[in-house]
Design a protein around this ligand. Structure first.
Ligand SMILES: CC1=C(CCC(=O)O)c2cc3nc(cc4[nH]c(cc5[nH]c(cc1n2)c(C)c5CCC(=O)O)c(CCC(=O)O)c4C)C(CCC(=O)O)=C3C
Ligand SMILES: [Fe+2]
Length: 356
């Protein structure tokens, strides 16, 4: 073996950026937050007006920031317990404060130069992976950090056995809520994306559809772990104009279809999300639950992995794999300073121009 074949381990990392989506903390934040999310993305104004109401229904406060801080607290405890108290955790977001660029500025001011980034999405695809790379690149540019700073995004974790195990633990509890009588139908749900975005998801050479394949594979694996052979994978929270196809069926259409087939018990698992944020408490606990009640369906929504010991331990495992400079930097979704992991991977699809 020649020297060039042996890749020396990189330098260790000195801080962790917990990077998420962001959400409003008060009613006045709702509009500007939504403008950040949807800038240039062709979301119809009527849809935005609806979504404003979803946030206002909860007092204009998204649960997501508190949930992320809870996860960070749990991860802090886990890393401390593993002798990693010297690795500070910072919090930054794509769409709302604390914004990633501000957090990265503070990290650099505090003397950090080698930064691991844990994104709160398990998945590939533009919204779940590549856009987090863009957030990192944007933060580097906005914070004006020097070339001596490295931000390494940790890989997608949807294939991790412990992710699937943590989801399965929650599903098992949900199924146990129906000890007797007809077994409930198990339904997995994830955020819908445009069909065109799904076709573009993953390395071009793999033929696309990485996101929907990952969600389906993870769902099948979880179903296997809980011993269920018949289950459904459906989508939620679509936001595009109606003429543009998004991944379907929608959870609500699916509940109607199940009801018409005589299904009267449903366990819904939001496998697509890691915390019980607004897309979960509105789309599933409010809209979905109300529709189920109308249809006479007994409906249980299982919790996301959130601060479960098993998930927090997995996040700590992933961090530790990379913290000392090791780890597989060719893993899907891993990349430095906003560089994507494969050529032509999750290329953003050109959005239709907004009418008017
Ligand atoms: C794949 C995916 C994930 C999972 C991966 C990940 O977790 O990153 C995710 C997560 C989330 N999505 C969220 C909220 C929103 N998503 C929107 C819009 C969109 N999401 C998309 C995709 C995804 N989104 C897409 C293709 C759009 C259309 C516009 C665009 O092409 O970008 C809009 C705009 C209004 C509307 O809903 O129409 C909002 C408010 C919140 C925060 C909830 C809270 O505040 O608690 C979270 C965690
Ligand atoms: Fe979203």
């Amino acid at each position: 073996m020649t020297a060039s074949e042996v890749r020396p381990a990189d330098e260790p990392f000195d801080a962790l950026l917990f990077l998420s989506f962001g959400g409003p903390d008060k009613p006045e934040d709702v509009r500007p937050f939504l403008e950040n999310v949807t800038r240039g993305r062709g979301v119809p104004p009527e849809r935005l007006d609806d979504v404003v109401q979803h946030y206002l229904h909860f007092g204009g406060v998204s649960p997501i920031n508190r949930l992320n801080l809870d996860m960070i607290g749990a991860l802090r405890g886990e890393l401390d317990g593993r002798g990693r108290s010297a690795l500070p955790i910072y919090f930054g977001n794509r769409n709302w404060h604390p914004l990633a660029a501000d957090t990265v500025s503070s990290m650099v001011e505090d003397g950090h130069r080698r930064i691991l980034v844990f994104p709160t999405s398990a998945w590939g695809g533009y919204s779940g992976c590549r856009q987090y790379h863009e957030d990192i690149a944007g933060a580097i540019a906005d914070a004006g950090v020097g070339r001596d700073v490295v931000l390494r995004k940790l890989p997608q974790f949807c294939d991790e056995p412990e992710f699937r195990g943590a989801v399965a633990d929650a599903v098992r509890e949900g199924l146990n809520r129906f000890p007797d009588g007809p077994p409930p139908r198990l339904v997995f749900t994830a955020h819908s994306i445009p069909e065109s975005a799904d076709r573009a998801a993953g390395p071009a050479a793999d033929g696309g559809r990485l996101y929907s394949r990952q969600v389906s594979d993870a769902s099948a694996a979880v179903a296997g772990l809980v011993g269920v052979t018949e289950f459904d994978v459906v989508w939620q929270s679509r936001s595009g104009p109606p003429q543009i196809p998004w991944l379907a069926p929608d959870i609500c259409d699916h509940l109607r279809a199940l009801s018409s087939h005589g299904v009267s018990r449903v366990v819904v698992c939001p496998v697509g999300f890691v915390s019980d944020h607004l897309e979960v408490v509105w789309d599933l606990d409010t809209e979905g639950a109300e529709l189920a009640a109308e249809l006479g369906i007994e409906y249980v929504r299982v919790p996301t992995v959130g601060t479960s010991a098993r998930f927090v331990s997995l996040v700590a495992d992933i961090v530790e794999r990379y913290a000392d400079g090791g780890g597989d930097i060719t893993a899907m979704g891993c990349g430095d300073d906003g560089r994507i992991c494969r050529p032509d991977c999750c290329v953003p699809v050109k959005r239709p121009a907004r009418s008017g």
